[in-house]
Design a protein around this ligand. Structure first.
Ligand SMILES: NC(=O)c1ccc[n+]([C@@H]2O[C@H](COP(=O)([O-])OP(=O)(O)OC[C@H]3O[C@@H](n4cnc5c(N)ncnc54)[C@H](OP(=O)(O)O)[C@@H]3O)[C@@H](O)[C@H]2O)c1
Length: 250
């Protein structure tokens, strides 16, 4: 299926590897001009522009905003970041709350403000945020992530309503359990804490996934590309679960 976005320009944050990289590759495959952001500045595939910027600091965010100003109009923003350390939600100090809000939420708000004027003029845009199923069903043991992502969900839905009449859609895509470096690290930490092997942890997690396996990042990227498509013009203010059925509620 031709997604009708060839020639559009996309900015993909947190895209040197994992879900962001897979999203960037899927958009490139549709003929989109892709610009990626990561701390390392590593391009996930040939044919993309890769910029190094640390989104957890204001100067890194400014670097991205300056890039937008220099390049011109972006049609698609995929907002993605790294995740915080695991742990309970109790006992997190003031500085750590602030640092995680600044790293995981504020860059999305500010960079979308930078791309929105061009989208508003063109009456076309896609703002797609990579969240987590934890927005619907909080995941035990990742308290900071569960909390900050809730704020991002509130922002995404609010923005969707503000810009819907301008041909701009704003959605979140919620990953369940994908085989990425981040998940391998989390599985490793849990294995260490519980005296298990990582294979045992993976098997235990998989038992709660109806599809019976971890997702492949390319399966996630394909959904992001669809949300960016012409065909998805009436899809806005939504949260799409890409979780192999992992969320238990309707
Ligand atoms: N994988 C899953 O199953 C899953 C499930 C639920 C939620 N999530 C969430 O989805 C997001 C992506 O997950 P993932 O598994 O793809 O993670 P990942 O494999 O760790 O990749 C994270 C990407 O973000 C970049 N990044 C990290 N911190 C950054 C920063 N401060 N500034 C700029 N770029 C930064 C990394 O590149 P550099 O290291 O080069 O900066 C990398 O490209 C995370 O927030 C994660 O918590 C993932």
């Amino acid at each position: 299926m031709d997604l009708g976005i060839a020639g559009k320009r996309a900015l993909v944050l947190g895209a040197s590897k994992g879900l962001g990289a897979a999203s960037a590759r899927a958009l490139l495959g549709e003929g989109v001009e892709v610009h990626t952001i990561s701390r390392s500045g590593t391009s996930p595939a040939p044919g993309m522009t890769a910029l190094a910027a640390d989104l957890s600091h204001g100067d890194g965010v400014k670097r991205v905003i300056d890039h937008v100003a220099n390049v011109g109009r972006f049609d698609i923003l995929v907002a993605n970041s790294g995740g915080p350390r695991p742990g309970p939600v109790q006992g997190v100090g003031n500085d750590e709350w602030q640092a995680n809000f600044v790293a995981m939420a504020v860059p999305f708000f500010r960079i979308s403000d930078a791309v929105l004027p061009g989208m508003l003029v063109g009456n076309w845009g896609r703002i797609i945020t990579i969240g987590s199923t934890s927005v619907v069903q909080p995941i035990p043991g990742i308290g900071i992530s569960n909390t900050v992502r809730g704020a991002v969900a509130g922002w995404s839905k609010t923005l969707a309503n503000e810009v819907a009449s301008y041909g701009i859609t704003v959605n979140m895509v919620l990953p369940g359990r994908f085989d990425t470096d981040r998940v391998r690290e989390l599985d490793g930490l849990r294995a260490k804490a519980e005296g298990l092997s990582t294979d045992q942890v993976k098997a235990a997690v998989t038992r709660d996934i109806p599809v019976g396996r971890y997702g492949n990042a390319n399966e996630f990227g394909a959904v992001v590309a669809f949300v960016a498509s012409q065909q998805a013009a009436y899809l806005t203010g939504s949260m799409l679960r890409v979780d192999g059925g992992g969320i238990r509620s309707i």
